[in-house]
Design a protein around this ligand. Sequence first.
Ligand code: SF4
Length: 318
Amino acid sequence: MELLEVRNLKKYFATPSGPLHAVDNVSFVIPQGKTLGVVGESGCGKSTLGRTVIHLLEPTSGSILFEGRDVTNVSKAQLKKLREDMQIIFQDPFSSLNPRMMVSETVAEPLKIAGGMSREEVEKKTKQMLEMVGLASRFANSYPHELDGGRRQRVGIARALALNPKFIVCDEPVSALDVSIQAQVLNLLMDLQRDLNLTYMFITHDLAVVRYISHDIMVMYLGETVETCGADELFEHPLHPYTKALLSAVPVADIHHKEQRIALEGELRSPINPKPGCRFAARCPYAKEICHRDSPEAEEIFPGHMTRCHFVREINGL
Ligand code: SF4
């Protein structure tokens, strides 16, 4: 069953030079219990997309369906309920935690705001959450600055889980952590997904991380989706020139691996009032005249494998 369905979502910001198209016509579905990885360079709109889906930002247009219900425009009361179902884990646990609150207070805070629980119930639930994320009870009375990065992120995860959400936006949740800690936090997120049937949107610029945790992957470039498919399919058969360039930059621990790194040259187009045409045209080695004039439509090239490029067949010998 699809837990989340997003159709033609747009999020524009007003700027003195015109509207900034941070998210432009993005559509996707995430089945319950699965992870959609969203990958792209910084500024591609992936974090704005995550925040818009859970109503930390209001969409400019498009629709968001959660469990089949249209939640694009919600009242304050509906938003309160939606906040229980949809949560976010931020990149930098240090700046997202209140430095004056102890771990137990941080995890208890959403429970108190939601209301309906006695003091004892809140205490019991807080203890349960800390256990669930593998944080020893001796840290319950610690402050964020007394914890290392991995433990701080475990607090962030416990807080996000406190209200039993169904869907979590994980916004670069391991990027600020040491590499040795990253795997522990990723494994924790995957264990929690399996145990609680959680659905994730996992936003990252790190391709190794996105492959490890995702079922499907969506590649974004300047506010648009350029390719979406299963995680293994993306790494084995990337179709879009931008995806190919991104993947060619991932180090491979194999001396027989001959693939050349594709350098991305040319300037990033401005997302403010973008001109017609393919947004990748200025950096694409295959660009022809039509690319600078007409925007390519999203097209399903193989079942479940969507991309957006005028010359996808020629480039891939299909
Ligand atoms: Fe490159 Fe043209 Fe395809 Fe865009 S549409 S990715 S510019 S070949």
